[in-house]
Design a protein around this ligand. Structure first.
Ligand code: GLP
Length: 242
């Protein structure tokens, strides 16, 4: 596990964008696993800037997102499909039909999850998976639990995640209570993992997840077992590490 310490959020975003840019440059038909949340927004801005400067070409890239809220439509401004379209896809030359996100409107969880696992298989796996870190150590929407879920599954969000994500919604009762998320095995199968972490609020969980025991109670701790993980984090997020 390689840890790169950056000065602040913007610096983290530029360094992490370097990794994604290198991946696309070296393998133009890369399959990118993408993430939502506030952490990757700066990276997406940087990738758009490089695309506009003609330094990056997304025309052969495939993207597979980690997760989606159950019940939200692509038009809903809080859906992850809407997030990805507005923060990245609509500004670059990726083929829209090569951008995958779980179908939040599929009412049958089993079907939604099986369909997504099929997409992952059809794409031949993920070359580079971008991850953020939830305040409780979740990755995607894999919440702290007694065991790891392997494939895509429907998850009941924990109160801590509902509280953390309520900042994006008008009121607490609008925050979805369930989501479809890629499972831990799918994430661990990615050939490379790029984890981005910013801010002092994450310092405690960073220490726990990457220097504590490997346990499904801190889902991100499983990344200690992956052989190609790069963490790009700002100094505040790393402040509790010696
Ligand atoms: C959500 C997403 C995660 C993301 C996490 C952290 O719960 N499902 O993929 O990593 O938020 O978000 P932020 O980057 O805003 O701290």
């Amino acid at each position: 596990m390689k840890i790169i310490k950056t000065e602040n959020y913007d610096h983290m975003s530029r360094i992490a964008a370097n990794y994604i840019a290198a991946q696309i440059t070296l393998k133009p038909d890369s399959v990118l696993g993408l993430a939502t949340g506030s952490s990757p927004i700066g990276i997406y801005k940087e990738l758009i800037r490089r695309y506009q400067a003609k330094d990056l070409d997304f025309s052969n890239v495939t993207s597979i997102n980690l997760d989606e809220y159950r019940g939200l439509s692509p038009e809903n401004e809080q859906s992850y499909r809407y997030f990805m379209d507005t923060n990245l896809f609509s500004h670059i030359n990726i083929q829209k039909n090569r951008t995958f996100i779980p179908n939040g409107l599929e009412p049958d969880p089993q079907k939604a999850c099986a369909d997504y696992d099929q997409i992952l298989e059809d794409c031949g796996g993920i070359d580079l998976q971008l991850l953020g870190l939830g305040n409780n150590g979740h990755i995607g929407f894999n919440e702290p639990a007694d065991y790891y879920e392997k494939g895509t599954h429907c998850v009941n969000l924990t109160q801590s995640t509902i509280d953390a994500n309520s900042r994006f919604f008008d009121s607490m009762d609008q925050v979805p209570r369930q989501a479809y998320t890629m499972g831990i095995q799918s994430i661990m199968k990615a050939r490379k993992i790029l984890l981005i972490i910013s801010g002092g609020k994450k310092a405690e969980i960073v220490k726990e997840a990457f220097f504590g025991p490997i346990t499904p109670k801190v889902p991100a701790s499983v990344l200690q077992l992956h052989n190609d993980v790069t963490i790009v984090a700002d100094s505040d997020a790393l402040s509790l590490l010696s």
